[in-house]
Design a binder for this molecule. Sequence first.
Ligand SMILES: Nc1ncnc2c1ncn2[C@@H]1O[C@H](COP(=O)(O)OP(=O)(O)O)[C@@H](O)[C@H]1O
Ligand SMILES: [Mg+2]
Length: 126
Amino acid sequence: MSSYKEILGKKIGEGMHRSVYQHKDYDDIVIKVMKDNSSRPDHNLIEYNNWRNAPKDIRNYLIEVISVTRDGKYLMQRKGGDIIDPPKDIPKIIKYRFPDSFLPGNNDWRAFGGDSRLCDYGFSKL
Ligand SMILES: Nc1ncnc2c1ncn2[C@@H]1O[C@H](COP(=O)(O)OP(=O)(O)O)[C@@H](O)[C@H]1O
Ligand SMILES: [Mg+2]
């Protein structure tokens, strides 16, 4: 059993691939748990690697990933605020790197420190 299981708080969201929980002790952190039936079982691992590999100009549009388990089942990420539109002046590079995140209704952009940042960015590899 993973120790990540013990730090899950209330469930706050769900997508096609992951269920998202509040960290039980820290308000500003979420835990993203892979669903067993996901068609992209490496989604958490790719999101983690994208955060690690992103150059600064891309990182500024991403919400920080803190850690991931080696099997990719659990990922810890800073918590975003309300669902929000992508920034109006978004650089083309972000659209090219993460085209899925501009599809309507996918809730990938969240308010973060006065900006709008991506919280779901494991679709394409950086
Ligand atoms: N870091 C975060 N802070 C706040 N909400 C989040 C965060 N990450 C994901 N969510 C929300 O949880 C839901 C599912 O997360 P998401 O990363 O999109 O999972 P999936 O990969 O399954 O689509 C979405 O509504 C998303 O906005
Ligand atoms: Mg999503």
